[in-house]
Design a protein. Structure first.
Length: 70
């Protein structure tokens, strides 16, 4: 039996949608892409991969904040 990881499927869809030229996108197309990306974020957030991304982004934000306050 073949199982499909929904997060992986959404990641592939996101990459394919973002490869299109910007001029070829309608407003509906852009809104749909945003919704897909938000759902993808919700799906990977509780995973270890999502937590790793959160840690990296948090460290980057902290270093930018510290370098800006000097």
């Amino acid at each position: 039996m073949l199982t499909i990881n929904v997060a992986l499927l959404l990641a592939v869809i996101i990459v394919l949608r973002l490869r299109r030229r910007t001029e070829a996108r309608s407003r509906f197309d852009e809104k749909l892409t945003v919704i897909i990306v938000l759902v993808f974020g919700v799906l990977i957030a509780p995973t270890s991969f999502g937590q790793g991304i959160l840690n990296v982004v948090g460290q980057l934000a902290q270093s930018v904040t510290q370098s800006g306050s000097r």
